[in-house]
Structures are given as C-alpha cells and as structure tokens.
Design a protein around this ligand. Structure first.
Ligand code: PLP
Length: 364
C-alpha cells in the first residue's frame, strides 16, 4: 500500500556481486584499519571533487570537528553557521568549547543569507561554515570574498551535497576545507558510517592527516590534539564501487527532482525548491514548503506516501542553545513549513508517479 521513503537495499543489490568478494578479501587480508583500500579511495575522492587532497574519515561529524581543530579553534572563538541545518554543524563548534553564531537563511535556497554574515562577524570570529543544505551549494563567491576581507577560514558542510556543482566546481572544493558524510542515507552512502575531509592546502592537509590519528606526526609523537577519525577499509570498498556510477545516480536523482518541480510548478498549496542558475543540486532531500504541514503529511500518508521533516527546529531554538535567546525569522518560519518527499536514485517510476499524483491532488 505505502511506498518507502528510502530503500537502500535496491542499491546494495546493484553492487552486491562486485563488493562481496572484495569485502571477503579485506577480511582475509588482516588489514582492518587504513591501508591500500583507504589510500585508493582518497585518490578517487580527490579526483572526483577536483580538490588536491582528500582524507577518508569515520563520519561527517568528525570531519567537521577535524576541520575546526586544524584551524586551531579554541574556547572563546566564534564560528558563523546557518541556524537551519542538521545539529552536527553547530554541535562540533560547541564540542571544542567555541561558540556557534547563528545566522538566518535565505527563504529561496534554505542556505545561509550572505547579506547577514558581516553583521555577525566579531573580533572572535575564526570561520564561516556554510551548509550546502539538501544538496545545493551556498553563494560561495560572496562568502569567500567576505572571508578574505576579514581573514576567516571557510569550511563547507557538504554532508548533503557531495557531487554538487557551483560554477563548474564540485562541492568539497569550493572553500578552504570541505567536509562530507557517507552516512548510508546521504547521496554517496557507505554501508555504515563514513566521511571525508577535503582541502587543496598542503599544510592544512598534513595537519588534518595527523589530527585523524590523535595528532600524531610520527608513531607515538603527538604534535596536536586530534581524534580517532579513521575509516575502515570495508567501507572504502563499498564507496570505491559506488563512486564509479555516482554521476549516473546523481542524474537519476535530478531527473526525479526536476520531474517533481515541473509537476508542482503551478500548485497553489506548495512551494517547490528553487535551484539557482549557476549551480545544480544533488537533491539529498526533496523538500517543499507548505502552509499546513501536519495536514499535508496526514493527507499524503492516507495516499501511501511517507514524508520526513528536515528540520523541525532551527538550531538556535534547540533546548541546548535556547538560552542564546535570539530570533531568526526565516529559519523559524521555514522549520515549521518544510516537508521532504521520497527521492532516491533507485526509486521505481511508478512510485514517482504516485507521489506526483498524490501531491497534485492534495496541494492543487
Ligand atoms: C549528516 C550531516 C552531518 C553529519 O554527518 P554524520 O556522518 O552523520 O556524522 C553534518 N551536517 C549535515 C548538514 C548533515 O546532513
């Protein structure tokens, strides 16, 4: 009756024959941490993004934390982040004892409103961390110009945008450091946790490499405070296979996303996502804006269409940050109205049609 929101088993079936023997040979090799599969994946990730260096790490959250550690973020420092994101974006700043400074988003793109960044900069600001939400990169030219003027580092939270383009540059290669996630439900997903850190700066890369193994530059010689951020070779086998057809997957995602956009363009009860003309998106989520979200979700559920909410609160409204007592009207408005529809590369055509028909009926 009901279609799935996301079915990851379809993709597993596609790669099963190729990856299972490779995983078995990792198991037989005795090398379970780092090693050749990791190094090869890193080369392929760097090549795919155009970034000079890539580091495979254990998840997207640690990727962001490592980026902040690499720029020596300290207690008292501030990092500018959009309030509308997955919690990890701000969490890592607080983990390191620094303060996230929440900035409102642009209604159209759901991404940080660049016109509000400069007002948030203080002498304590160390970095700007734009999030490429739902798979669309922020206004990077403007952000990089502001950063240069104030001598700040820009770290792209690219957990949802791996493979996206901004003026012919790939996500993870549009700022000083790019961080992504290979969590199974992300566009490029492993069969477990995983992540990546990207930079074209050789000094930063060397430091990030050390930070991944406890700040170690030689065995048992610790130059920095680091983390255990290693990715295991089994996940690398999976990612190396998936990256081979990742561009095809992204095209399938876009095909579905733009079919939704076309079908929904005339509807009064819903605003479909806007993709700016100088970039594309990977539709990590296909998220629309509706006035009465609860009713819309209930009506869709009756039609057998599951939905999801990314995210129900701005981070500044979360219990742990509420004491900051700030108001960001666009974030607050959209977090009450956004709702995501099923979209994944292996989604059957009749499911896509079912979503379109149901939404058109409900949101006329
Ligand atoms: C998923 C996500 C993260 C965290 O990635 P994990 O691999 O789950 O740790 C960070 N930021 C954003 C925007 C995300 O969507």
């Amino acid at each position: 009756m009901s279609i799935p929101y996301l079915d990851l088993t379809q993709q597993y079936k596609r790669i099963q024959k190729v990856i299972e023997p490779k995983i078995l040979s990792v198991l037989a090799s005795g090398q379970y941490i780092l090693g050749p599969e990791v190094t090869e994946l890193e080369k392929e990730l760097a090549q795919f993004t155009g970034s000079k260096y890539a580091l495979a790490v254990s998840n997207g959250t640690i990727a962001l934390q490592m980026a902040l550690q690499a720029i020596d973020l300290k207690p008292g420092d501030e990092v500018i982040v959009p309030s509308f994101s997955f919690f990890a974006t701000a969490e890592v700043v607080t983990t390191l004892g620094a303060t996230p400074v929440f900035v409102d988003i642009e209604e159209k793109s759901f991404n940080i409103d660049v016109s509000k960044i400069e007002a948030a900069i203080t002498p304590k600001t160390k970095a700007i961390m734009p999030v490429s939400l739902y798979g669309q990169i922020s206004d990077m030219d403007e952000i990089m110009a502001i950063a240069q003027k104030h001598q700040l580092t820009v770290i792209e939270d690219a957990a949802q945008s791996f493979g996206a383009l901004y003026k012919n540059k790939r996500s993870c290669n549009v700022s000083h450091i790019g961080c992504t996630s290979f969590f199974p439900a992300k566009p490029l997903g492993a069969l477990g946790d995983g992540g990546g850190v990207f930079t074209s700066d050789p000094e930063l890369f060397k430091k990030l490499e050390a930070i991944r193994v406890h700040g170690q530059t030689k065995r048992y010689y610790h130059e920095y405070i680091g983390v255990n951020g290693r990715l295991d070779p089994i996940q690398c086998v999976v990612l190396r296979e998936k990256i081979k057809f990742y561009d095809e997957d992204l095209n399938k995602r876009r095909e579905i996303g733009f079919a939704y956009n076309d079908a929904f363009s005339g509807l009064k009860g819903l605003v479909a996502p806007t993709i700016k003309s100088d970039r594309n998106t990977v539709f990590a989520q296909y998220t629309v804006v509706v006035e009465n979200r609860d009713q819309f979700a209930k009506d869709l559920e009756k039609e057998g269409i599951p939905t999801s909410i990314h995210y129900p609160l701005g981070m500044h409204e979360q219990p742990v940050y509420k004491h900051m007592n700030i108001s960001l009207p666009v974030t607050e408005k959209l977090s009450k109205r956004v709702i995501s529809l099923p979209l994944y590369p292996d989604m059957p055509k009749d499911h896509v049609k079912k979503v379109i028909d149901a939404v058109k009926k409900i949101a006329q």
